[in-house]
Design a protein around this ligand. Structure first.
Ligand SMILES: [Zn+2]
Length: 297
């Protein structure tokens, strides 16, 4: 019987306002608890246009029909339109996620900025951005957050050091195959990493043979690890691909899949040391943090 944790990333105002409520209703119908990571501050999605010169960016935008998935307005936030603040627009949505029994964590204060400019962000700057999200989180949830997930799986020593300083219960910053204690460029860190093991919808959608009908099976076939993690996006699986996501959950449940949260993984899995490297993944532009494959897994 397979084990699966659903990780939800909330990147945009539209995903937050429209996608998250629908996903919460879906999880309630299915009796599933997820781990949901919110972008709290400005939606600067329009600035992601900076990625246009990265290999793979344009093909991904076309493959995933980005303008209809994200909405034209979203693609102008932070450039032609001012960047709206995501969680302050309707803090009750975060509260409802918490009340629904889900794990609620921080994805970012400013997703696009951290994802695109991480190499020049110091630990101090990273922490000052984090504190803004944390303050909102505390107002809404009545306690400090204990979990985090890096935007776009971008990672640096500054981030790993900050996470350790914050004493977080776990972080989900990398792609990989099994929970581990991170080593990055020879430095050991103390916050467990719970990697995303499955490809995201935007990485595989539109590849040969991969469509709305076949995606659920592709994910089920990929659930061959002991600690499977699927990352979904509020702006995609929560809006235009909600039915595809629901079909997948129905099929997974019919096959007896056990659903867990990332926090449960962090508590239950053995956590050997594992190395993080920056590498590339099919369907994703640029480099991202990947757990190095060790033994014959
Ligand atoms: Zn994200």
């Amino acid at each position: 019987m397979a084990r699966l944790a659903i990780k939800v990333d909330v990147d945009t105002l539209r995903g937050y306002l429209e996608g998250v409520p629908r996903m919460l209703a879906l999880f309630k119908r299915q009796g599933i608890r997820a781990s949901i990571f919110f972008s709290f501050g400005p939606d600067n999605s329009g600035k992601a246009i900076r990625r246009i010169f990265r290999p793979g960016f344009i093909s991904k935008m076309m493959r995933t029909k980005a303008p209809s998935t994200y909405g034209l307005k979203t693609l102008m936030y932070g450039t032609l339109l001012p960047a709206p603040l995501i969680v302050p627009t309707d803090p009750a949505i975060v509260r409802r996620a918490l009340e629904g029994g889900h794990e609620v964590g921080i994805h970012a204060w400013d997703h696009v900025y951290v994802q695109d400019c991480l190499e020049r962000i110091s630990k101090e700057e990273y922490l000052s951005l984090y504190r803004k999200a944390e303050a909102l989180y505390k107002d809404i949830c009545g306690r400090a957050p204990t979990e985090i997930a890096a935007p776009g799986w971008q990672l640096s020593h500054a981030v790993l050091e900050a996470e350790q300083e914050l004493g977080l219960a776990y972080a989900s910053d990398v792609r990989g195959y099994s929970p581990f204690m991170p080593v990055f460029e020879g430095m050991e860190y103390g916050v467990p990493q719970i990697p995303t093991t499955l490809p995201t919808m935007d990485e595989i959608y539109g590849l040969p043979g991969i469509n709305d009908v076949t995606i659920p099976k592709a994910w089920l076939d990929g659930m061959d690890k002991e600690w499977n993690v699927l990352t979904v996006h509020a702006e995609m699986e929560g809006i235009s691909k909600l039915t595809v996501f629901e079909n997948f959950l129905n099929m997974a449940k019919a096959l007896g899949t056990e659903f867990h949260t990332l926090g449960e993984y962090a508590r239950e899995a053995s956590l050997p040391r594992g190395e993080i490297v920056m590498g590339t993944l099919t369907g994703r532009a640029g480099t991202l943090a990947i757990q190095r494959q060790t033994d014959a897994r």
